[in-house]
Design a protein around this ligand. Sequence first.
Ligand code: AMP
Length: 507
Amino acid sequence: MTNTLFDGLFHAVDTGKKLADLEDGRTYSYQDALDVSARFANAIIALGVKPGDRVAVQVPKSIEAVMLYLACVRAGAVFLPLNTGYTPNEVDYFLGNACPHLFICDPAKREELAPVAKQNGAKLETLGVWTSEDTSAGTLSNLALKASTQFQNIARAPEDLAAILYTSGTTGRSKGAMLTHANLLSNAQTLVELWRFTSGDVLLHALPIFHTHGLFVALNVVILSRSSMIFVSAFKTDVMLEHLPASTAMMGVPTFYTRLLQDQRFTKELVSHMRLFVSGSAPLLAETHEQFEARTGHRVLERYGMTETNMTTSNPYDGERRAGTVGFPLPGVSLKITDPDTGKELEKGQIGMIEVKGPNVFSGYWKMPEKTAEEFRADGFFITGDLGVLDNENYVQIVGRTKDLIISGGFNIYPKEIELILDELDQIVESAVVGVPHPDFGEAVVGVIVATDPDNFDEAEVLEILKPKISRFKQPKILHVVEELPRNTMGKVQKNSLRDLLKDSFA
Ligand code: AMP
C-alpha cells in the first residue's frame, strides 16, 4: 500500500529540479526535500512516534519546518501546526485537546514551553534553522542531521488523517479540523489543474505555514506541479519587491495587495512577466481588485476556502475574474445556498448559508463528535457558517459569517452591504460594520472606519450622506474612527475585538 499524500505529491519526481530558493542564500532541490524529510521522519520515529500520533509544532517559518511537515506525512503521523503567536497558556489548550506524542518548539521558547509540554505528557523537542551543522539548530534538527536519508514511507490510506489544523476560534474554543490524506491531495490536484501550475512556475511564498493557505494551498500545489518557490519568512514590501521579478506567481491575503499598492515602486513593469496573483483567506475589496488591475494590468484571482474545507471556490483562470466574488465551486465540489434553519436550498439571488460537499471537506472535529454532527447535514453537506449569495451567472459572493449577522429591531442586517457603501465614500478608506448591544433595538449598527483624513472627518456629515443610500434600520448609529482595522495574520478583520471595544456605546 502507498502513502496517499506523500506518494501522490512526489510521484516520479525529477529529483534534480529546484524546489526552493531561501532567503539565506541556500537552495533546496526535490532530492534535498526527499533526503531531509527522510531524516526528520527517521528522527521522529526514533523518538517514539507511531502512525496516527499527533506531532504538534510551533516554530517560526523555515524550510526545515516544511520538511518536518513532509516527514510527519511520511511517518504516518498527524501534523499539527500551531500559530506562532499563541502564548504558552493557549498552547496548553491545544496540547491538552490533541494529546500529541511530540511537541516541537522554537529553541528560544524551550524554557517557557517545557512545563506546558510536561503537564500534557508530550515529549518536547526543538527545531531551528540548519544553516550549518551547529548544535544551536535544535534537538530535533540535531537528531535528524545524524539520521539516514533513506526512509520507507509508512502506508496511509486516503481516509487516514494527515493533519489537524485548529480553527481560529473567534467564538468559543478552537476546534481541531481533521484533514485526511485524500482531502489534501485531491485539493492540490484540483488547484494545480485549475490554476495551471507547471514546473516552469516560481511561487513567491510569503504566507505563514501554520495555516491552510501557506501550508497546503501553496506548498502542496508547488510540490505537485514540480514548481519552485522563493521562500521568504514573512511579507515585507521590500522583500516582495526584490523577489517579484524572479517569480511567476504569488499567493496572498488581501493585505499583501493593499500594501503593495501603497508603494510606488510596485509598478506594471515590475510584474509584467507574472502569470498569476491569487488572493484569499479574507475578502479582497472590489476597490483593491480594480486598483490592482489599473496599476499592473493583472486581475487578481480570488478564491474561497476554510480550514475545514480546504479550497472550495475559485474565480476562473480564463474568463472573467469578478471583483467582489469568489468565483465558482471547484470541480468535484458541490455548493449550495440554503435557509440556515431548514437547510432548504434557496433561489439564486437570495442570501443564505453556504454549504459544501466534496473530497475537500474534512472528516470532523477532533474529539468533538457533537460539534461535528451539528455542522453536517444528513446528506453530508458541511454548514460553513459563511453567508453567501449566487449572482446571475452563479458567481459566489460572500456576505459574511453568520455570527457577524446583526439583528436590529428584529431585522437582519448583513454587515457587508453597509461596508460596501461606506467603502465607496471619499471620506473612508475601509470599514468594518458590527452589531453592539442596544437597549431598544437589541443590537445597533456601528461602523468602524479608517478615515481618509482623520483630522477632518465629520461623522455627522457622513451619516447624512448615508441617509438616502440605505434604509433607516441599516444606517450606522455611530461611525467610530480607528487608525487601522484590527486584523490577524491572515488578514481577517477581528470583529470580536471591535464588538468588545464598542460594547458599551449605548449602555
Ligand atoms: P480559515 O479557516 O482561517 O481559513 O478561515 C476561513 C474563513 O475565511 C471562511 O469561512 C471565510 O469566512 C473567510 N474567507 C476565506 N476566503 C475568503 C474570501 N476570498 N472572501 C471572503 N472571506 C473569505
